[in-house]
Design a protein around this ligand. Sequence first.
Ligand SMILES: [Zn+2]
Length: 398
Amino acid sequence: MAQTTSSSGATNSASARTDRSSWVVGALSVALLAAIVLLFLKYGANVFSSSRGDGELPTRISAPGSTGDGTGEYADDGQFVSQRYTKPERAPTAEDRSDLKLADIPFDGAAAYAYLKQICDIGPRRSGTPGMRKQQLLLLDHFRKLGARVELQRFQTRHPLDGSIVQLANLIVTWHPDRRERVLLCAHYDTRPYPENDPDPTKRKNDFIGANDGGSGVALLMELGKAMPKHGGRVGVDFVFFDAEELVYEQGNDKRGDYFVGSYWFANEYKRKPPRHRYRAGVLLDMVGDADLQLYQDRYSLSYPAARPIVAEVWKIAAELKVREFIAAKGHLVQDDHTMLNEFGGIPTIDIIDFDYPRPGAESYWHTTKDTPENCSPLSLAKVGWVVHEWLMRTAAQ
Ligand SMILES: [Zn+2]
């Protein structure tokens, strides 16, 4: 019995310890719960609002086919290539230059070029700056006057250098919103922070105007918008201008910031909150104003089975129209906004891009102080605008 008593005493004693432990555990639980609530109030709300689409951008995982560090990619044949940009498979020849003049082309290249200059007159249009805001107001006014529905899809990111919040917005122009089956034409409308590729090191912190890289796609769509109210068929058209395509600071191997932030956001929203409409196809316009135009087929566009037929259609139309600057050969492997639409949005999208600015083998104007209206031309905008409009009309008729 002593054993029992002792045992009982021990049991009682253990119970007392258990009571004390329970109290301590209870108090700790309350404290922990309070801490969790406080942490949620501080950070959780951001996470929550982010998941609703109006908060901060979530961290992007690397796109399939990309090493994520910009140092290498996989080509369409699955082979790893060490260069970020591969070369065109052949040099341009005299055959790749058409003898078309502005008067031959039913797309007003002079008007598109005037828009390009108007955009460049704003100055730099970096994401989150007054220059971008001015451009947004210009586009809102322009497309609303033409009768489109225009919306800003707002979101945020962190500034690559100081971590501050940058307010971003994709600008979405909708024609014939009642049409469920739709086509997407897009371009980025932000400009690179600095012309850091300039051959003159003293100019690498100058203003970057981005006439071709940032301006040309926007200008072309501003002109194409005039034809949209009368665009027939059952296929609707959206113009989407992506923000923060290149809010990136790069010096040699030191790269800060992510590319394609706006298109990534747009693609994710489309996938996560499926709208009533469906995008059948997309065409991205980037660097389409180069006065010395050569449009090779982008290898990324060719690498997506659903996008490859669009490349074939566009280059076939160009051949019919005798716009020979659309060269039916492989060009560079260009990671651009279309990769986000294909990989995260499931929207088959090609990139029409003249990456060799001015021409293959020449010193490039890309991300330099030479990316100005003088190095772009009304004729190049007319050629690309004509082909894109013709593709749009044929797609709508299907
Ligand atoms: Zn750029």
